[in-house]
Design a binder for this molecule. Structure first.
Ligand code: GLC
Length: 742
């Protein structure tokens, strides 16, 4: 896909643009080489997300003009003080820009981004980012290091919680929405922040899902799988992009000129700021592609990477490189120009203190409106994985046993990237159910790490045996996903499965609420537990949102943004797979017997597990049912200039209102490269009353059919295409074909 990139300056009026450009050039001309280099140096103020590097004193560095931006300053008064040092006491007076990882909320914490992605609702993603921006900007933050737009097909990788799952198109739609939510329509406003699309690029393909591991992707996969959400972020006008830690073609992303200067800036037209990840410049030494920090600084500035997060390479080496004639000063100037443009777009030149207002902070933080927004997103993010015999929704009159430490754990509801979120702000499931149901008995059953003592087990069995229904909270701790939190085993930690087994043996019906930052390998649970609701880590409104679903006040509408494997051995497993030369779906594969014949044996399969996942991309149950009663295409043949209309008639055939996520996939059976069995190209939430029908219309263009062809260009190739309309990637209801003419 070729992005229609919108730069920061493109988003301004011509006079505003001229004002900022003039200020930037004037400022640039007044700065010494040392001061320009200082602007490119980013120093950490508080907690660290990596090994502490560099030894520059923060205050002295600002006073000396050796620091241009600061990350992780979480105190408004401290942030203001640092800004005063820069503006009023340093020689150059250039304001700082202060950054923080505001990933899914600042103080009002929303569901983790993977959970938010399960809503398949870009409007909700934009709302979540908007609220986060309002609170962050009222708290001294001008720059968030979000959204993460990493596409990943490996749930062992802990950072799948931080983005939007396995699909480039869904990730692109949500990344675009998140950037718009953070940046709003006017970056100078005191309730917007600069967004940062990260981690450029391919980090989600870390081998074996092991954190910070080698990445080895083809250019085709880089362009078709990992790049689209960055392009969608550029289209939303994202003002910064962050280097990934990983390699591409054995060259670290931070010093990879092919990725930054040629692809991101040259081909995609991104003219704004590239910031390194934590010490990702310095890690060139560990990667073994640079002799020393001088070589590191040279390689990164030449590649087009502008701001150095905490490595100190630019601060210690760049002046010398320019003075020695190794690096042309114009490279420093262009990097400084980009950073000053960001500061100008944020309005920091006119008023460097606009983001440091104590009164605004108290007015805008953790408001009822923000909590209601968090509840709305948390409700829409939940995925009903199964619901045998319509066990859910429960009646508020039922005698309910609530089991599990996670049902009572405020801290776990906040997820791994919690910015200013605190457990005190969280309403837990236990708190809400206690208030909302007639008869609730809570018993811990297992602690938050999944450990189950004999006493806990005995008490839980006794409590559940005497209840009409049990709600059992199981899953991971918040700290078992996120950065530096890969897991090789994806089953429920500890003895949770044994606890579930014992509770099921009481004969009391059990509904499990699953808290996780990733898809888990819950094949046993899927077979034995009648109802399972994936709640992810839902944020401050965890309790009310989950109770709304459990008690039927909200009909679950979430759909999986990422495949759930049967077992880790299937990973990587994802829906938009290639067919292979020996597709097993053509064979009648019976796993209970050895392969009967050549036709069954010599195909792409395992001997011990099926190829199919436990739950597919796009899967999600509802308390009602939906049928696609008609799918019609606007034409059977289109030319490259045409668009194709697709009308899908959807009916709510059940007895309660609900929301169906209509999913439209395309398949290109023959191409100059092998093409996936299906690719998501459109989706739409259709909310229908019981018995109501509606027609959901889509418009495809040939851009939706384009791919990275064997001619190494994006193009749609003529031929037959399938339109597959479905409830999920493995639940296609209707297939129609059309022809793309020459
Ligand atoms: C971390 C993360 C990155 C984050 C940065 C600053 O290591 O990789 O996503 O924005 O450091 O906290």
């Amino acid at each position: 896909m070729n992005a229609q990139t919108r730069t920061l300056l493109d988003q301004l009026s011509s006079e505003r643009r001229a004002e900022i450009e003039a200020h930037v050039e004037r400022s640039l001309s007044e700065l010494s080489l040392e001061q320009k280099v200082g602007q490119l140096n980013q120093v950490n103020a508080d907690f660290a997300t990596g090994t502490a590097v560099g030894d520059m004193d923060l205050e002295q560095g600002i006073l000396d003009g050796d620091i241009g931006s600061v990350l992780n300053c979480k105190d408004l008064e401290e942030a203001r003080r640092l800004q005063e040092l820069a503006v009023e006491e340093s020689d150059h007076g250039v304001p700082l820009v202060l950054a923080l990882d505001v990933i899914h909320g600042h103080r009002t914490i929303f569901p983790i981004p993977l959970g938010e992605a399960a809503s398949w609702d870009p409007e909700l993603a934009e709302l979540s980012a908007r609220v986060a921006a309002v609170e962050a900007a009222a708290n001294g933050v001008q720059w968030t290091f979000a959204p993460s737009v990493d596409v990943s097909r490996d749930p062992r990788w802990g950072r799948v919680m931080e983005a939007a799952g396995e699909d480039p198109y869904l990730s692109g739609a949500l990344s675009n929405a998140r950037v718009r939510g953070f940046q709003g329509d006017d970056l100078t406003a005191d309730d917007t922040v600069l967004a940062c699309a990260k981690h450029y690029v391919g980090y989600g393909a870390s081998e074996a899902g092991r954190e910070y591991n080698t990445v080895d992707v083809s250019e085709t996969n880089l362009r078709e799988i990992h790049l689209p959400p960055f392009e969608a972020s550029l289209e939303a006008g994202v003002g910064s992009v962050m280097n990934a830690f990983n390699l591409y073609e054995r060259i670290p992303a931070s010093s990879n000129g092919e990725l930054v200067n040629e692809l991101l800036r040259g081909e995609l037209g991104f003219e704004d700021l590239v910031v390194s990840d934590w010490n990702s410049f310095g890690e060139l030494l560990e990667h073994g592609v640079a002799e020393d920090l001088r070589d590191v600084a040279r390689a990164c500035i030449e590649a087009g990477s502008d701001v150095d997060m905490v490595s100190g390479a630019y601060a210690t080496e760049l002046v010398g490189l320019v003075e020695d004639g190794v690096v042309d000063e114009s490279l420093v100037d262009q990097a400084v120009r980009r950073l000053l443009t960001v500061k100008g777009a944020l309005g920091l030149f006119e008023d460097p203190y606009r983001y440091f207002d104590e009164e605004r902070r108290s007015e805008r933080t953790l408001t009822d409106e923000h909590r209601e927004a968090a509840r709305e997103v948390a409700r829409a993010s939940q995925v009903l994985l199964k619901n045998d015999d319509e066990l859910l929704p429960l009646s508020g009159d039922d005698e309910i046993a609530l089991v599990g430490g996670l049902a009572d754990s405020a801290t776990d509801m906040l997820g791994a990237w919690r910015a200013e979120g605190t457990p005190d702000d969280v309403t837990t499931l236990r708190t809400t159910l206690t208030d909302r149901v007639e008869s609730l008995t809570y018993v811990e059953g297992c602690d938050r790490d999944g450990a189950v003592s004999d006493e806990q087990l005995e008490a839980a069995v006794e409590t559940v045996a005497s209840a009409e229904v049990a709600v059992v909270a199981v899953g991971e701790r918040y700290s078992q996903s996120g950065e530096a939190a890969s897991r090789a085993h994806l089953d429920l930690p500890g003895d949770q499965r044994a606890l579930l087994q014992a509770l099921l043996e009481t004969g009391t019906p059990v509904a499990a609420v699953l808290f996780s930052g990733r898809p888990l390998a819950i094949d046993w649970e899927a077979e034995h537990v009648p109802a399972i609701l994936e709640a992810w880590f839902p944020g401050v409104e965890a309790g009310p949102a989950i109770a709304d679903v459990l008690l039927g006040a909200y009909n679950p509408s979430g759909r999986l943004p990422m495949t759930f494997p049967i077992t880790e051995g299937q990973i990587p497993i994802y829906y938009n797979r290639l067919k292979t030369g020996r597709p097993a779906e053509d064979a009648d594969v019976d796993l209970t017997e050895p392969p009967a014949d050549h036709a069954e044996k010599y195909v792409s399969r395992y001997l011990d597990v099926p190829n199919e996942p436990l739950y597919a991309f796009g899967h999600g149950e509802s308390y009602t049912d939906f049928a696609y009663t008609d799918v019609s295409l606007g034409a059977t043949t289109i030319t490259p200039e045409d668009s194709l209309s697709i009308d899908v008639a959807v009916e709510n055939t059940g007895d309660r209102a609900g929301t169906e996520v209509v999913q439209v996939y395309v398949r290109d059976p023959v191409g100059s490269r092998a093409r996936p069995v299906r690719e998501l190209v459109r989706f739409e939430n259709a909310t229908l009353a019981a018995g109501e029908s509606a027609t959901v219309s889509f418009e495809l263009t040939t851009a939706d059919l384009a791919f990275w062809t064997a001619n190494e260009e994006y193009a749609a190739e003529p031929g037959e295409f399938e339109v597959q309309v479905g409830h999920a990637a493995d639940d296609i209801a209707v297939v129609e074909t059309f022809e793309l003419a020459e």
